[in-house]
Ligand binder design. Structure first.
Ligand code: NAP
Length: 313
């Protein structure tokens, strides 16, 4: 297997955190490589309308924003490699990133591997994924024109995507396990004021049923303790996220939920290994905070490399 030497920084993950790290590291003169196993842009590419990323008065899609970031990172010299990483080996100033085709030696690493949607783990969820069960309204919403759908969850993702789905569906149920939504107030108000949206409070989905495609949900009301059925053509699940920590989970300090613990400089517990974005333990997961993390991680890595200059071969 070919070993490619001499990268200053490897950024692992091509979402907003990784791309911002790429912009800052390469603009700072560091030889930077960024690895992404799937689509450049990360989770936000599944969001149709991003209204709160500063600097864009017009509403842009998650894809458009991250496409601009990608072009910006490449403009400054970030090399983007779309390949899955097999393993990471941490050794001070001499880390190894291994893909199926090559080994890369890098002085510092920024982990920006993001997160993925959580699953409910209920009957029918796996069976009907792609046949009525979805985790991405932007990708699949248009399939439900004139139909009835349910969204599970009460956070920003669930409520925003429920509003988005009203562009297509004739009726959108939000099924939430409590009597109060978690989403920010403005989003809540928009949803509660939308005549196509009805919230099914205090309820959880126990099973997803159908024949070839989803036809109905078995719903349990926690307050009344009654089970009922709800006829739907589709169900969109937005019940939080799980960090993508598989590459590092035995090597790096994580919190109880598996998010990477960093200090304010985005440094992990391992010298020269930084983390940024949704994979990090933090209070606000947004494009703007992911980009900020990436910038801080790249800046800190640059300083760390400078401080360790005399130890570099
Ligand atoms: P989240 O904020 O963690 O919300 C998850 C929701 O799913 C909660 O309402 C939770 O209920 C519910 N839930 C969790 N497990 C469940 C289960 N097993 N069964 C039923 N319901 C369950 O996740 P998110 O909405 O994906 O957001 C993730 C992060 O991204 C958040 O920090 C959010 O603010 C941010 N985000 C921001 C924007 C924006 O600002 N435009 C958009 C999307 C996401 P409880 O409320 O009872 O816990």
């Amino acid at each position: 297997m070919e070993t490619i030497q001499d990268y200053d920084i490897a950024v692992i993950g091509g979402g907003p955190a990784g791309l911002a790290a790429g912009v800052y590291a390469s603009r700072g003169g560091l030889k930077t490589v960024l690895f992404e196993k799937a689509l450049i842009g990360g989770q936000i590419t599944t969001t149709a309308d991003v209204e709160n990323y500063p600097g864009f008065e017009e509403t842009l899609s998650g894809f458009d924003i991250t496409d601009k970031m990608k072009k910006q990172a490449e403009k400054f010299g970030t090399e983007i490699i779309q390949e899955n990483i097999r393993s990471l080996k941490f050794e001070k100033l001499n880390n190894t990133v291994e893909t199926a085709s090559a080994k890369y030696k890098v002085k510092a690493i920024i982990l920006a591997t993001g997160a993925n949607p959580s699953k409910l783990g209920i009957e029918g969820e796996e069976k009907y994924t792609g046949r009525g069960v979805s985790y991405c309204a932007t990708c699949d919403g248009a399939l439900y024109r004139g139909k009835t759908v349910a969204v599970v969850g009460g956070g920003d993702s669930a409520v925003e995507e429920a509003i988005f789905l009203t562009k297509f569906a004739k009726k959108v149920y939000i099924i939430h396990r409590r009597d109060k939504l978690r989403a920010v107030k403005l989003t809540q108000e928009r949803a509660l004021g939308n005549e196509k949206i009805e919230v099914v409070w205090d309820s959880v989905v126990k099973a997803i049923k159908g024949t070839e495609y989803v036809e109905k949900l078995e719903i349990y009301n926690k307050k009344t303790q009654k089970t009922s059925e709800l006829s739907v053509d589709g169900i969109f699940i937005y019940v939080g996220i799980i960090p993508n920590n598989e590459l590092v989970n035995s090597q790096i300090k994580l919190d109880e939920q598996g998010f990477i613990i960093t200090n304010a400089s985005m440094h992990t517990n391992i010298p020269g290994i930084y983390a940024a974005g949704d994979v990090v333990q933090k209070i606000l997961r947004q494009v703007v905070t992911a980009a900020a993390d990436g910038a801080i991680a790249a800046f800190s890595a640059e300083k760390w490399l400078e401080e360790n200059k005399d130890k570099q071969s």
